[in-house]
Write a protein that binds this ligand. Structure first.
Ligand code: UDP
Ligand code: MN
Length: 466
């Protein structure tokens, strides 16, 4: 952005930084591209050192070949762990060697754009309790081409399955900004790339060391910094490219467990919405969280309701009334449930169908609300509808909380178990196709027809078993 380039920095007044890069079995070229780009695009006066942490990789080229290669650079240190630590503990081991004022964490397959570090450091210099993320540009996984994000940056959010999601900047937030090059408040961070004052990071309780391998730590840190009096921002003038691989290069078995830890420590009663949508999470053992709870008390952090109201007011909070949410089980066809598979790039582009009940929440999780909607929560809030003149059940974006409900998304979940759609005058009906597949269709309501009866399963709010 032109206006970013016009910005001038007084290097003597900016804090210095240590760049921390943990890696596990990373490819040679991407690892080296990362190190080279940090060295070439970070002014020497600002960079105290680059700390590489080898998280117990087994690739041979990462042994003496790597040591040899980096030995020419006095500013690059290589630390090796004695066992596989996972990204959280690997980064913390790296941070313990850092001598800069600011810790800048990067993934090991990045490319920094010249001018990337100054805005991050300047912002932390102004406000020590803010965590600042660069805009993450995409490095194509096949061609390794670099795609700079040129439109307005996206900010971080999440859905109630606690999956990280990108969102456009909300209108209210956009109006508050005085200029397009101001940092943007973000409810959550993607995780890999951010800068934080070393002293503030320690004050805040660094990372949750009970988290293994990968996942969940980004939401945990996001909730913590906001709830405990700090802030989280994305700086539109700082750009770093990141390779998003098609498939994860290593297994990530601890993702759910880490996420449960984040929910248990920070989300208060709102964690139920997560467990409802992800029943296996209820049974996940998550280890000892008492030290994390002590941090929350010591820092006198706000509750999750404060976070929702003040930081993420756009997130729709489900009602999840007892008995009115879960899988919608057909009474007519044994063990079959309503199922919606939202296409990734077009969430409303599919029809509701019928599949065997799997009890895992996810694409079989629905909620019937006091506004008489059948909601499906994914990247955005979706509401079941029957489009004018159609006999299929589709999904449309739910109206905003304060706007009236359009008639095509209104349903009556009647005493007898029928799901009646007043606008079309029809009921959701399960049936078998000529090929023997099961599906659903809108049909004229017939009293006593079992194919038109439905009931919620897993609709109860059980606590997490301790
Ligand atoms: N990483 C690590 N140990 C692990 C898992 C990941 O050091 O057990 C490193 C990984 O090499 C990378 C960073 O942590 O530098 C983030 O992981 P990854 O890039 O796989 O996450 P993604 O970008 O897909 O979220
Ligand atoms: Mn990565």
């Amino acid at each position: 952005m032109i206006r970013c380039r016009a910005k001038k920095f007084d290097y003597r007044r900016l804090p210095t930084t240590s760049v921390i890069i943990a890696f596990y079995n990373e490819a040679w070229s991407t690892l080296l591209r990362t190190i080279h780009s940090v060295l070439e695009s970070t002014p020497a006066v600002l960079l105290r050192e680059i700390i590489l942490i080898d998280d117990f990789s087994d690739r041979v080229y990462l042994k003496s070949q790597l040591e040899q290669y980096i030995s020419n650079w006095e500013r690059v240190r290589l630390i090796r762990t004695n066992k596989r630590e996972g990204l959280v503990r690997a980064r913390l081991i790296g941070a313990s060697y850092a001598t800069g004022d600011v810790l800048t964490f990067l993934d090991c397959h990045c490319e920094c754009v010249p001018g990337w570090i100054e805005p991050l450091l300047e912002r932390i210099g102004e406000n020590e309790s803010t965590i600042v993320c660069p805009v993450i540009d995409t490095i194509d996984w096949n061609s390794f081409e670099f795609y700079m994000q040129t439109d307005e940056p996206m900010i971080g959010g999440f859905d109630w399955r606690l999956t990280f999601q990108w969102h456009a900047i909300p209108e209210v937030e956009r109006k508050k900004r005085k200029s397009r090059i101001e940092p943007i408040r973000s409810p959550t961070m993607a995780g890999g790339l951010f800068a934080v004052s070393k002293a503030y990071f320690e004050h805040l309780g660094t990372y949750d060391m009970g988290m293994d391998v990968w996942g969940g730590e980004n939401l945990e840190l996001s909730f913590r910094v906001w709830q405990c009096g700090g802030s989280l921002e994305i700086h539109p003038c700082s750009h770093v490219g990141h390779v998003f691989p098609k498939k994860a290069p290593y297994a990530r078995p601890k993702f759910l467990q880490n996420t449960v830890r984040a929910a248990e420590v920070w989300m208060d009663t709102y964690k139920q919405h997560f467990y409802n949508r992800n029943p296996p999470a209820r049974k996940e053992t998550y280890g000892d969280i008492s030290e994390r709870v002590v941090i929350r008390e010591r820092l006198k952090c706000n509750g999750f309701d404060w976070y929702l109201n003040n930081v993420y007011p756009d997130l729709h909070v489900p009602e999840d009334r007892d008995g009115w949410h879960g899988a919608l089980l057909s009474s007519g066809i044994h063990s079959e449930c309503l199922d919606y598979n939202a296409p990734e790039h077009n969430p409303t582009g599919a029809h509701v169908s019928l599949f065997s009940c799997h009890g895992q929440g996810g694409n079989q999780y629905f909620e019937y609300t006091t506004h008489k909607e059948i909601r499906y929560n994914s990247v955005t809030e979706l509401c079941a509808e029957v489009p004018e003149g159609q006999i299929y059940i589709g999904m449309t974006h739910c109206p905003h909380d304060r706007t009236p409900t359009p008639p095509t998304i209104i349903w009556e979940f009647r005493e007898d178990g029928t799901l009646y759609h007043p606008h079309s005058g029809m009921c959701i009906t399960s049936y078998r196709t000529a090929e023997g597949r099961t599906d659903v269709q809108m049909r004229i309501c017939t009293s006593g027809d079992k194919q038109q009866r439905w009931k919620f399963e897993n609709g109860r709010d059980e606590p997490h078993p301790k």
